[in-house]
Each structure stands twice: as C-alpha cells, then as structure tokens.
Design a protein around this ligand. Structure first.
Ligand code: FMN
Length: 235
C-alpha cells in the first residue's frame, strides 16, 4: 500500500494552507505535522467543532504516563464571559520601557530570542482571549510539584506535558494552531477559583487554540542542525 492509497499527502503544506474542500480528504503525515506545528498567537474568529475538540483531547489522553493512571482532566472554555473572568489578571499589554526591563531582567542576550519575546509578551492576553477555545489541562497532584525532592517527583508534571504536546500536534493535524501561557503570580490560584478546580489538581498552563489568522508569519526560530546535536557513543 503506498502513501496515496492511505489517503496521506506529502505536499509539505500545512493543512490550514489547503483549500477548504481538500482538508476533509487529505491528511498530513506525522513529519508534516511535526514540521508544521508552530505557536500561533493570532486567530481567525472561527469556532472549532466540538467533535474536533474531543478528538484532540482524546489524543492528549493517549500520551505516555508515569503511573498508568492518566489522572488528567481538561477544561475547555468557549464562553467569552468565562474567558473574561479567567483572564482578568493576565496583563493586557506591556510598555516599551517594561519590555526592555524584562529583557534585561531575564538576561535575554540573543537578538533572535529578544525578537521572540518582543512578539509574544504583548500578546499574552489576546492570544488566549481571541482563541476559539481555551484549554486548561489539569493533573492530579500526588507529589509536591513545586518542591520536588527528586526527579521522580516531577514524573506527573512531565507526563501532563507529554499530553500537552499531543494536543499541539493533534490540533496541527486538524488545521488548527495552539499557544500556551505558563500562569504567573496568582494566575493559577485565580483560575482555580473561577473554574472551580478541586484543590488537589495542578494547572501547568493555559492553552489557546483556534484557526491560525490568514497571512500570519510565525516568529523565526534559531536554526539548528540536527547533526550538531547528536552525539554518537559519547558527548
Ligand atoms: C515550557 C514552555 C513555556 C512556554 N511559555 C510560554 C508563555 O508563557 N507564553 C507564550 O506566549 N509562549 C510560551 N511558550 C511558547 C514558546 O514561546 C514557543 O514554543 C517558542 O517560541 C518556539 O516557537 P514554536 O512553538 O513556534 O516552535 C512556552 C513554551 C514552552 C515549551
């Protein structure tokens, strides 16, 4: 059976760049999905069908798990009124002066890295508010994730991040895009209150998901040559 028989495409184009009609018949292969996944912070005003959201979360629940329990839950927020309350304490922008200070405080010395932050930081509120949905992944906190005694105490945290990557890849395969924000300051506590999250659940991030805005160019990333990063037999 060849690639075509399986209904796969090797076109190299992300699904969201294809014509509307094509999207239903053609699927990206695994490497196309990996290569096309980019953080998306600008969205079209378009809903995501519930069935697609369920499919994406089903992919999330297939991720590797440290203790075989997959005690993960996902709150999906489509109601803008809930989004307003949830994002109430996320900064709505940043002045040039504060942005420059942040770059100094965080020791961001690389110019391309600075460009990434200059693009992302001002969009933290809108990239979530303008998304078709906000996904809040949750894991049952069985160890003290913020004060681990050894690396195994972070296994639950590592597992939910595997699940988050599955969300990004599944969203890409479906022609959507995601961003993420790590909750800063009291944002985690605030989210717990607004979304009525039980005390023993930990929220690693907010995820914004939606249809990438037409014509957007994701921010350039550092070029990395794979062979520079592989060390055969020893470092
Ligand atoms: C652990 C982690 C934390 C991140 N935190 C944020 C964040 O708080 N806000 C944000 O806009 N993007 C965040 N990102 C997304 C990165 O900015 C993005 O992945 C990076 O610029 C590479 O771009 P790409 O995803 O398009 O390849 C985070 C990514 C990771 C893996």
């Amino acid at each position: 059976m060849n690639q075509g028989d399986m209904g796969l495409t090797r076109s190299g184009f992300p699904v969201h760049f294809m014509q509307e009609g094509q999207r239903k018949e053609q699927f990206m292969d695994f490497y196309e999905v990996v290569n096309c996944r980019r953080t998306i912070r600008d969205f079209e005003n378009e809903e995501i069908p519930e069935g697609i959201l369920v499919k994406i979360i089903d992919a999330a629940l297939k991720a590797p798990t440290n203790d075989h329990m997959r005690d993960w839950h996902y709150i999906i927020i489509r109601d803008k009124e809930v989004a307003v309350s949830l994002l109430d304490i996320v900064p709505k922008g940043i002045s040039d002066e504060d942005m420059n200070q942040l770059i100094r405080d965080w020791n961001l010395n690389d110019s391309l890295q600075q460009e990434c932050y200059r693009n992302a930081v001002p969009k933290q509120y809108r990239m979530l508010f303008d998304a078709s949905a906000i996904i809040v992944p949750l894991l049952k906190e069985k160890t003290d994730i913020l004060h681990p005694e050894n690396v195994s105490h972070l296994n639950g945290f590592a597992s939910i991040w595997c699940s988050i990557e599955n969300i990004f890849l599944a969203a890409t395969a479906e022609g959507y895009g995601c961003n993420l924000r790590i909750p800063l300051g009291n944002e985690g506590k605030h989210a717990k209150k607004v979304l009525e999250i039980p005390d023993d659940f930990f929220m690693p991030c907010f995820i914004g998901i939606g249809k990438p805005k037409n014509g957007i160019e994701p921010v350039s990333q550092k070029e990395i040559h794979v062979r520079d990063r592989i060390h055969w037999e020893k470092f």
